[in-house]
Design a binder for this molecule. Structure first.
Ligand SMILES: Cc1ncc(COP(=O)(O)O)c(C=O)c1O
Length: 373
């Protein structure tokens, strides 16, 4: 029987093992301001990779988003525009600030929010817009940045799934006011749990450093309300080793995605994702739309793929606005976001991570072809 092809899998080797051992033996596992030597080195290396002035390491991608919104000054009564077709953490970050997540519907081709959809839901309470580079596909940022700049609204990129994706020669996470990354165990690079905020703005960087460590501007000197959102030295050491490998891992993902597109080419009922012409995806997962299918038919296909050791997954079966907490709190229901709801019934994702071998790709494409016919 063929090995189970997991939807994502961390690539951990002797470099990470050695780095963790070194930290454990060093006796410095954390720093009270979250600025231990490994954390600072990881921040410098990550800022350099993204092409920004500052990177601030935090304990998760959710912490990154929450800290970024707090740095903007988002508070009760404010609104934050975002897609509902995302992981709940995007909306959660706004709610944690006391603000209202306002969901813009997605474009059916890119599966992301675009400037038109954003314009339709802007109000004088909008303080921030969070475009999500879902599945690693870069959002068309310029038109969104333009309307945000006109109105003095902050743009925070949710780049949790998009390390190394780029558009027009710029890395995702370097285009908005801030970029938020996740290093959760399934992500393109991992620290187990962890996150990073990237920015070119000195004031945001200073605020973020305070927010992650109890609002302190120096040890035991709180100048604002903060959190314990520090990254450990252990995580940063893993992150440094992973960052070194990231370009190679991205290359493998891109090769796998190209191979899968070619192998699936003749399956007419699936519409495959396209990397933008002037940019590149980080191929967090390879997400296809089962054109014309309803959720039942799509789910049956996904179950069959799993029974054949292909870990197909649905991201996201329930858009955030239809989750119980968000429905109760914000009162939206089925029909509020037609394109989002349609996509949630038709998409499914396939693995293209670096551990997926060329014959796994052939096997996945063959299996799908037979099942769909
Ligand atoms: C789009 C998106 N936003 C935010 C997050 C939150 O990141 P984390 O799990 O590191 O808190 C994730 C990942 O889990 C995500 O996929």
């Amino acid at each position: 029987m063929r090995n189970y092809i997991r939807i994502n899998q961390p690539c951990i080797g002797k470099e990470e093992l050695r780095a963790v051992e070194e930290v454990l033996l060093s006796g410095v596992l954390t720093d009270k301001n979250g600025m231990g030597p490994r954390v600072m080195e990881f921040e410098r290396a990550f800022a350099n990779f993204i092409g920004v002035k500052h990177a601030i390491a935090v304990s998760s991608g959710t912490a990154a988003l929450h800290a970024a919104l707090l740095a903007v000054g988002v508070k009760a009564g404010d609104e934050v525009v975002m897609p509902s077709f995302t992981f709940s953490a995007t909306a959660e970050a706004a709610v944690l600030c006391g603000a209202k997540p306002v969901f813009a519907d997605i474009d059916p081709d890119s599966l992301s929010i675009n400037a038109d959809a954003v314009s339709r839901v802007l109000s004088n309470k909008t303080k921030a817009i969070i475009p999500v580079h879902l599945y690693g596909q870069p959002v068309d940022m310029d038109p969104i940045l333009e309307i945000a700049r006109e109105r003095g609204i902050a743009v925070i990129e949710d780049a949790a799934q998009a390390h190394g994706a780029s558009l027009g020669g710029k890395m995702v996470g370097s285009m908005g006011d801030m970029g938020c990354f996740s290093f959760y165990g399934t992500k393109n690079m991992t620290t187990g749990e962890g996150g990073m905020v990237t920015t070119n703005d000195d004031d945001y960087a200073e605020a973020l450093r305070a927010i992650r460590a109890h609002g302190e501007s120096r040890p035991y000197w709180s100048v604002r309300l903060g959190h314990n959102y520090r990254m450990t030295e252990i995580s940063a050491a893993i992150g440094l080793a992973q960052l070194q490998k990231l370009p190679g891992m991205l290359e493998r993902r891109r090769e796998n995605a190209a191979r899968l597109s070619e192998a699936l080419g003749m399956v007419g009922k699936l519409s495959a994702p396209k990397a933008p012409e002037n940019g590149s995806s980080s191929w967090y997962v390879y997400t296809v739309r089962f054109v014309g299918a309803n959720a039942g038919r799509r789910n049956k296909l996904v179950e069959k793929l799993r029974s054949k050791n292909i870990d197909a997954q649905v991201y996201y079966e329930t858009p955030v606005h239809l989750m119980p907490f968000y429905m109760e709190r914000f009162g939206l229901g089925m029909g509020a976001l037609p394109e989002t709801e349609k996509a949630s019934r038709q998409v499914f994702s396939l693995p293209v991570h670096p551990m997926v071998a060329p014959d796994d790709i052939e096997y996945m494409a063959d299996t799908i072809r037979k099942l769909i016919k």
